[in-house]
Design a protein around this ligand. Structure first.
Ligand SMILES: Nc1ncnc2c1ncn2[C@@H]1O[C@H](COP(=O)(O)OP(=O)(O)O)[C@@H](O)[C@H]1O
Ligand SMILES: [Mg+2]
Length: 375
């Protein structure tokens, strides 16, 4: 049965993704209780209620279970046991099982392979002996910690076998995957919603460029041809079906210079590369999350207009001040989103700008103008 406006929803995690979920949910007439230990979390201040407690605080979890009609998350590193605990008494999407897979690069990649999908070649590294036993593994490669990596953190490039020992040392000898480095033609991603009944609706594919391992720009529509686009959509849908997923799911892909589509990773939540939907689509990825979690059908994923999304990182914040927003705010097709974070640090995601245009080149031109005005 659908959870209707007027009900209370639970959000595990209070970062920017939680904040934008809260905005979408409250717009639709839901109340949201946010659980996040950080008193200044971006989502907490906008929520109906903020529990500044740990994710394994059973008192807080019992409170959520008693008071929420459905619970979701914005963050895959919520302990899977927390979700399992809540799921005993209230609908929780995504499930603990899905989170468990998404938390481990190795399990995630094995899962993609089990569906017959292509990934970069990889091998699990758990100890020094695994480093000696690599056979013909192709280099250059990237050593990635299996857990808790994001925005390129916990990754070391290894040009050859000789770099492995130092790289393993550098990541603190934690369980890792060693992954072949792909010659990239481009990177793309898909955000989709899947209902409990198994209906999948994909947002348009985004083409992503990264700087220093962090998403910099997403362009929509992506420049890949129809055949590759169909492969991407098919793979993302297979992953959602294979997980019997309910909620919003994002899947990142590599497109190699040889035109091979390889699955990189997934996120069981809205995704940075889906922020363009806030201004360029009929439904945002956050409204879609509300709909999926509440047992409602998906909203239209249709694109109104081409868009270039630019991430605003803490790097452009002057010491103790704010960037000069004046020129950006004069531009009638540049849409500013800020996450309410008070402390700017290099690499920290502070907000984003969606630059709209009648054509993608026009949207990109506007982005260049915005960038120049802020850097
Ligand atoms: N095997 C690879 N080949 C080429 N580029 C890669 C590879 N793995 C990661 N990268 C680059 O680093 C970025 C971040 O890596 P990713 O595995 O997605 O980790 P994170 O969890 O930090 O997003 C990717 O989007 C891509 O630009
Ligand atoms: Mg990634």
């Amino acid at each position: 049965m659908a959870v209707l406006p007027g009900s209370r929803l639970g959000m595990l995690g209070g970062g920017q993704l939680g904040r934008m979920f809260v905005i979408a949910a409250r717009t639709m007439g839901y109340d949201v209780i946010v659980l996040d230990p950080d008193r200044n979390s971006p989502a907490g201040g906008l929520a109906s209620e903020h529990l500044a407690r740990d994710y394994d605080d059973t008192e807080a979890l019992d409170y959520l279970a008693r008071n929420c009609a459905a619970i979701t998350t914005e963050f895959e590193n919520i302990p899977a046991v927390t979700l399992a605990y809540l799921a005993k008494s209230v609908p929780v999407h995504p499930s603990a099982k899905v989170l468990h897979i998404a938390q481990h690069r190795k399990l995630e990649k094995e899962f993609f392979r089990s569906l017959g999908l292509g990934t970069a070649e990889f091998v699990a590294i758990e100890s020094e002996t695994d480093l000696e036993d690599l056979g013909e593994f192709p280099f250059p490669a990237i050593l990635k910690t299996s857990m808790l990596g994001y925005d390129g953190k916990g990754q070391v490039v290894c040009e050859s076998r000789d770099d492995l020992a130092a790289a393993f040392e550098q990541v603190g000898r934690k369980p890792c995957v060693l992954e072949q480095r792909i010659d990239l033609a481009c990177e793309v991603s898909v955000v989709l919603g899947r209902t409990e009944q198994g209906e999948v609706s994909c947002f348009p594919i985004a083409e992503n460029s990264h700087a220093g391992g962090i998403l910099d720009v997403s362009l929509v529509p992506a420049s890949i041809n129809d055949k590759l686009a169909a492969q991407v959509i098919d793979a993302a849908s297979k992953i959602a079906d294979g997980l019997d997923y309910c909620g919003v799911l994002a899947v990142e892909f590599f497109v190699s210079t040889g035109n091979e589509v390889l699955v990189n990773e997934m996120a069981p939540r809205p995704h940075n590369s889906g922020h363009y939907t806030l201004d360029a689509c009929q439904t945002s990825q956050f409204e879609q999350q509300v709909r999926m979690v509440c047992g409602l059908p998906a909203g239209s994923t249709e694109l109104h207009t081409p868009v270039a999304m630019w991430n605003l990182l803490g790097d452009i914040w002057p010491d103790g001040g704010a960037p000069p927003w004046g020129s950006l705010l004069q531009l009638d097709q540049a849409k500013l989103h800020l996450y309410g974070k008070t402390e700017a640090r290099p690499g920290r995601k502070m907000g984003h700008v969606n630059c709209l245009g009648k054509t993608l080149p026009a949207a990109k031109k506007l982005l260049d103008k915005v960038r120049k005005s802020l850097q």
